[in-house]
Design a protein around this ligand. Structure first.
Ligand SMILES: Cc1cc2nc3c(=O)[nH]c(=O)nc-3n(C[C@H](O)[C@H](O)[C@H](O)COP(=O)(O)O)c2cc1C
Length: 214
């Protein structure tokens, strides 16, 4: 693999978050530089660099069930500019919730972008429970025993230029059971209630958007 032909794009505004940590894990094997989308003034410049790359790896957080708007804007700009031919595209999305299905849409977006713009979709990796990691090493993940080898296998697929199957990340993560989900939901709700009270709001008050506008 020619390192200069590899482009690693971080779509999180958090330079030390989980998206960046996953890219850093790849970079330690492949080399190359990580480009932080939020630090770039010109999307056109970034699209030009994408056109010149042989392999593009995009890693970002899940914001409301897909990638952040900034990345969607980059994909739209790249789509309008065109000029792609056979660049290999891999994607990674991590979300706070310990599920896969709620984050997967990000990869679907990248796949559609690749298919409509003459790039080669090579597959990706969906990671649940990314918020708990908060940029800490993958070895701290709650499913580390399966997730670490699966992600390292994903890296190996990149190095060998292979497609990475969805089964790799699907088999590494199982969603928590009903009881754990209930406890988790109660815990999250109590944290929200606590924070609302802390800022002087009434947690029982009707939703602002549902109140009658007088
Ligand atoms: C605006 C916003 C929206 C989010 N939406 C979701 C979501 O829909 N589902 C989810 O599981 N996590 C959601 N999260 C949590 C992030 O996906 C999670 O914290 C992730 O690990 C952040 O990655 P990063 O450290 O690379 O920034 C959201 C976070 C923010 C700030």
């Amino acid at each position: 693999m020619n390192k200069s032909e590899l482009m690693l794009i971080c779509a999180s505004p958090r330079c030390k978050g989980t998206s960046a940590m996953l890219l850093e894990r790849i970079r330690a094997v492949t080399g190359g530089e990580i480009v932080f989308l939020s630090q770039k003034d010109s999307l056109d410049e970034l699209v030009l660099a994408m056109q010149q790359a042989a392999i593009i790896i995009i890693s970002g957080p899940c914001y409301v069930n897909t990638f952040p708007a900034g990345l969607i804007e980059l994909l739209e700009t790249a789509s309008q500019t065109g000029g792609f031919s056979g660049q290999k595209l891999y994607g990674i999305i991590n979300g706070g919730m310990p599920y896969i299905h709620t984050h997967r849409h990000g990869l679907t977006c990248l796949q559609l972008f690749a298919e409509q713009n003459h790039l080669l979709w090579q597959g990706g990796f969906v990671l649940g429970g990314g918020a708990m990691l908060d940029g800490k090493p993958l070895e701290k993940h709650m499913n580390r025993k399966k997730v670490v080898p699966a992600f390292d296998h994903f890296i190996q697929n990149i190095v060998e230029g292979n497609k990475s199957p969805d089964s790799l990340y699907e088999q590494a993560q199982s969603p928590p059971g009903k009881l754990v989900t209930r406890i988790f939901a109660k815990l999250l709700t109590s944290l929200v209630v606590k924070r609302l009270k802390k800022h002087g709001h009434d947690p029982e008050a009707p939703n602002w958007y549902l109140r009658e506008q007088g």
